[in-house]
Design a protein around this ligand. Structure first.
Ligand code: AMP
Length: 283
């Protein structure tokens, strides 16, 4: 497995793979791997001939006062995992390689209104930072399949929209959420939780399951589902509800009545740590 830190290097490697008839898969990450990341790499390995894993803690997607500085980093372990999982190449660029015209970049990608709702409202500028970095990575990787987790469902929706709008020759592949035994979605930020907060964080999945159960029984009023989720999180000591909604699966627009595929989303704080989760609702 190769480790490449420069943009020209990854472009050349991806071009060479395609010239040899190999299909390229890209797994963009911020490192500090858990089983969620590993599931994406496995999926790419199963699907594609050449697997590129990128590791870049993208400063552009962190707001002032967020956790960019203390975001977990363990490149050595991530490289070992990537190799074990059969990645061909890890792209771990510097900020200078990602933003060659200087940081912060003057030219960015506008994620549009979808980037301003929910997570975008809670974290102004977040999705602009995400799609700008992802656009850069997709541009370097060239025609490929790119693998993203449903854990960040709004991010996935924003990226799909960008790929369609700007015409990237990329197939976006959504991968299911990998969870801990109590249902907590794996996240690099779970490492910030105290043992008590970690226990409390299980309420996110419980809240989503309640919404799913109501939907399964035929409830179609999104407000009823949202209220049930808010109650579950609200009843959990140490959990502070940030956001709860039911959104259209295709557009990520908040909906009132469930008439087609819909997703319940929730965000809450546990001490200083903000966690998000979501679940596709049964029809
Ligand atoms: P991150 O390193 O947090 O930017 O995540 C890199 C990729 O892994 C993103 O596409 C995430 O959606 C995905 N991911 C993160 N956590 C999970 C999880 N628990 N299950 C599946 N995918 C995940």
């Amino acid at each position: 497995m190769d480790l490449i830190r420069d943009a020209a290097g990854i472009r050349a490697a991806a071009d060479a793979a395609r010239a040899g008839g190999r299909a390229v898969g890209l797994v963009p990450t911020m490192g500090a791997f858990h089983d969620g990341h590993r599931s994406l790499i496995r999926r790419a390995r199963d699907d594609r001939d050449m697997v590129i894993v990128s590791i870049f803690v993208n400063p552009l997607q962190f707001g002032p006062g967020e956790d960019f500085e203390r975001y977990p980093r363990d490149e050595e372990r991530d490289l070992g995992d990537s190799e074990l999982l059969g990645a061909d190449l890890v792209f771990a660029p510097t900020v200078e390689e990602m933003y060659p015209e200087g940081y912060p970049p003057e030219v960015t990608v506008d994620p549009g209104p979808l980037g301003e709702r929910l997570e975008g409202a809670a974290r102004p500028g977040h999705f602009r930072g995400v799609v700008t970095a992802v656009a850069r990575l997709l541009n370097l990787a060239g025609p490929c399949a790119a693998y993203f987790g449903e854990k960040d469902a709004q991010q996935l929706a924003v990226i799909r929209r960008m790929v369609r709008t700007l015409g990237f020759p990329v197939e976006v592949v959504a991968c299911p959420i990998v969870r801990e035994s109590d249902g907590l979605a794996m996240s690099s930020r779970n490492a910030y939780l105290s043992p008590e907060e970690r226990e409390a964080a299980g309420c996110l999945f419980l809240a989503l399951c309640e919404a799913a159960e109501l939907a399964r029984k035929g409830e179609r009023d999104a407000a009823v589902l949202a209220a049930a989720m808010a109650r579950e999180v609200g009843a959990t000591p140490l959990a502070l509800l940030d956001d709860v909604a039911v959104v259209d699966e295709a557009t990520f627009e908040e909906i009132r009545d469930i008439t087609g595929p819909a997703r319940a989303v929730v965000a809450a704080r546990f001490g200083p740590t903000r966690l998000i989760d979501n679940l596709l609702l049964p029809m």
